[in-house]
Design a protein around this ligand. Structure first.
Ligand code: GAL
Length: 747
């Protein structure tokens, strides 16, 4: 007789564990130690993954990788401007399918922290607030003004109701255990005066009145009214005390890396230091910790904040922009999480005692009557290792490190001892290949289609005005581009026409970048930001006798995303002069200027695959190089394999890129330059001592962003339409796909 397979108990187990998934959370309250979920204190180790910064096809993998990394919670902001496209017109599809994202987290049996904001900062365009709201009269963002409060409350309520309808709050059996209103308002409250104080209080009360059945948090809001919990955002958070002794210590943003700007360098936060900060937080009684970011992802299209935030939002996070684990960071933090988990019971229930082990060394011990005991031994000395004696045993503590002893005896983890394997990353070039279905079928090379924009007014002018308008108030961010055009008459007696010298064009602008054309020829480019002083353009200009057309293409490169009254910061040209005339300097600032918003190609939507309008695309096997204002289109094959893809734009200038109508985003392989006196590149990074984004920098003189992520799911099996708009000139024949390969994947 065959032995009977014990199917029944196993099936029962599956039944129970899967049923736990869908009714897991329940009641969420808190005390001074931690969140209490379903009556149990729990440690929360959370990972920020912003849903619009990847694509739905990547979500399950990212969430799973976070879970494998020892994380039990996913955190995301809610991105208002991606959802409310115009007042009352909502979008929740594609990358903005918030409910789908949360359900993936739920299916992975993880918790969620939903930071609704809806102001988010986040290096996201306009801090996540829709641009249209700025133009509703009487609105001041994040202040006690009726239109702002009305629209904010309306959106907040819409999101809360959507979550309730889908039963996503823990109180309904869903994964959301905490919700956040506003974001770091405390930093700015004083700038907003009395209205600011009233607003913060109003926001907190409005949130609480939503009645979601789980606690609300506000971050960096020092006077949060009960029951809203204030939380910490920083590189370190061991000193943080909540504003009320009955509240747990919550760290909403531990920055395991930093963001980049076009023209900026590559900051690195060492794994040892991140682990040190996390261990110190739990050592000092923290119980909710979130990595901002755990996966940074991509600022697709024009969603990057700014100005000058790169399209990549990789953030040097534990999961890289492309969705691959970054090692040893990911692996080292996984080990750390494992060690902390072993201490969970003692940390949350034991009594804490602190003892000094030296001038910069200390132990925190958590012990309870059941015999549970966990200890954290820290060496805060940022130079010297130290041997300490704890409970009659000596322990070696590397400088700037914490050892974790889940049984108060044996060290299972030291933050400075990185055992995880390092991975190496390669971007393997893969030439653009013509697709079978492309018009060049039969010939060998890749056929391009090329369309050149006119420099200046390409259709009917939008308006004419004497002097300058603000760029953002004019485009309202429907495009990056605004043409400022005028003309001048040059008398043939001008000396410069005879002696071959050239007059000099001087432009001042509040931002963010510009290209200057005279008679359709590019004269030069410049970029910068600010009103005091504005940035300056200074280049010789080629003028001829008679009428000369001056066309200035002004560009925004991501709208400002934080700071008091940030929505009032303008952009665009403020002064134009030409020196070198017989009569001296010509001031064009009060001339009559003719304006055109956006590019013709944008207006026609020529990057959309469905685009059928007749414009003069020119087909060629040899696309022009170094030609400004040019659209390039090619129909290409999907690169082989299933590894992630980056578009190598090293030899291009600046512009926008699309694949199959999906917005890859802004590209600008601009070389990095010094941004502060401390901003020096290093060969090796010393993890010891307090981190700041200037501390460990590489990439001096390198392009800040060379590769641009194209999600695999955007590719079709055969025919893929790649469209590039190049502003100042590049070599499209050097564009390649690059396949991202990593080695050294952890066991
Ligand atoms: C924080 C802010 C985040 C993000 C971060 C820097 O102050 O809350 O949204 O901007 O800085 O990456």
């Amino acid at each position: 007789m065959k032995p009977r397979t014990p199917i029944a108990p196993f099936a029962l187990l599956i039944f129970f564990s899967s049923s736990i998934t869908y009714c897991f959370a329940g009641n969420v309250t808190y005390d001074s130690r931690s969140l209490i979920i379903n009556g149990r204190r729990e440690l929360i180790i959370s990972a920020a993954i912003h849903y619009p910064r990847s694509v739905p096809g990547m979500w399950p993998g990212l969430v799973q990788q976070a879970k494998e990394g020892g994380v039990n919670t996913i955190e995301s902001y809610v991105f208002w401007n991606g959802h409310e496209l115009s007042p009352g017109k909502y979008y929740f599809g594609g990358r903005f399918n918030l409910v789908k994202f949360i359900k993936i987290i739920q299916q992975a049996r993880m918790y969620m922290i939903l930071r609704i904001g809806p102001f988010v900062a986040a290096e996201y365009n306009y801090g996540g607030i829709p641009v249209w709201l700025h133009y509703i009269p009487g609105t001041v963002f994040r202040n006690d003004t009726e239109p702002f409060k009305y629209h904010m409350q309306k959106f907040m309520t819409l999101i809360v109701d959507m979550m309730k309808r889908e039963k996503l709050f823990a109180s309904q059996g869903g994964p959301i255990i905490l919700a956040q209103v506003e974001n770091e308002y405390g930093y700015y409250e004083s700038f907003y005066g009395e209205g600011g104080k009233r607003y913060a209080l109003w926001a907190a009360k409005m949130a609480v009145a939503q009645n979601i059945g789980v606690p609300w948090i506000m971050c960096q809001q020092f006077d949060t009214p009960d029951p809203v919990i204030n939380t910490c955002n920083s590189f370190y958070c061991d000193q943080f005390t909540p504003h009320s002794p009955s509240m747990p210590k919550i760290w909403t943003e531990n920055w395991p890396g930093w963001f980049k700007t076009f023209g900026g360098r590559d900051p690195h936060r060492p794994s040892e230091d991140i682990a040190f900060s996390v261990a110190r937080f739990f050592q000092k009684g923290g119980s909710v910790h979130n990595y901002y970011m755990y996966h940074g992802g991509t600022n697709f299209g024009r969603t990057a904040g700014g100005p000058f935030i790169t399209t990549s939002y990789d953030y040097e996070a534990p999961i890289d922009e492309y969705g691959l684990p970054r090692n040893p960071k990911w692996g080292h933090l996984k080990e750390l999480h494992g060690a902390i988990k072993l201490c969970e019971h003692a940390l949350l229930n034991g009594e804490r005692s602190n003892l000094s082990l030296g001038s910069s060394q200390e132990a925190d011990v958590y012990a309870d009557s059941s015999g549970a005991c966990a200890a954290f031994l820290a060496n805060m000395d940022d130079k010297n290792d130290k041997t300490v004696v704890f409970r009659n045993v000596s322990y070696h503590l590397p400088a700037w490190s914490v050892s974790i002893l889940p049984d108060c005896k044996k060290v299972v983890f030291n933050t400075a001892n990185v055992r995880a394997q390092s991975s190496t990353v390669e971007m393997v070039p893969e030439n653009l290949q013509p697709s079978e279905a492309s018009p060049d079928n039969g010939s060998k090379g890749l056929k391009w289609q090329v369309f050149k924009e006119i420099a200046g007014i390409w259709g009917e002018a939008d308006f004419v005005k004497s002097g300058f308008v603000d760029h953002i108030n004019t485009t309202k961010d429907t495009t990056d581009y605004l043409w400022y055009t005028t003309s001048i008459i040059v008398n043939e007696n001008e000396e410069f026409l005879k002696n071959g010298s050239r007059p000099v064009l001087l432009i001042e602008s509040k931002g963010h970048a510009l290209h200057a054309f005279a008679n359709q020829e590019l004269q030069g480019s410049a970029s910068g930001n600010g009103t005091h002083p504005p940035f300056k353009y200074k280049n010789p200009i080629s003028l001829k006798a008679g009428k000369n057309e001056i066309a200035l293409l002004s560009m925004t490169v991501g709208l400002q995303n934080a700071g008091p009254f940030y929505e009032w910061v303008g952009a665009g040209i403020t002064s134009v002069k030409i020196t070198g005339f017989n009569s001296g300097t010509l001031d064009l600032s009060t001339y009559s200027w003719t304006y055109k918003i956006g590019l013709q190609g944008e207006h026609l939507g020529i990057y959309n695959p469905g685009y059928r309008n007749n414009i003069n695309w020119v087909s060629t096997m040899e696309p022009p190089k170094n030609q400004p204002l040019t659209w390039y289109k090619a129909v290409v094959k999907q690169p082989p394999g299933d590894e992630p893809i980056g578009l190598d734009m090293l030899k291009m200038g600046k512009g926008l890129a699309w694949l199959n109508g999906e917005e890859i985003g802004r590209y600008w392989p601009r070389k990095s330059r010094k941004s502060s006196p401390h901003d020096e590149c290093v060969q090796e990074c010393d993890y010891r001592g307090k981190f700041n984004p200037d501390k460990c920098i590489t990439g001096c003189g390198e392009p800040s962003q060379r590769w641009y992520h194209i999600p695999r799911s955007w590719f079709k099996p055969s025919e893929n339409i790649l469209v590039i708009f190049e502003e100042k000139g590049g070599d499209p024949t050097k564009i390649t796909f690059s396949i991202r390969k990593i080695s050294g994947f952890p066991k």
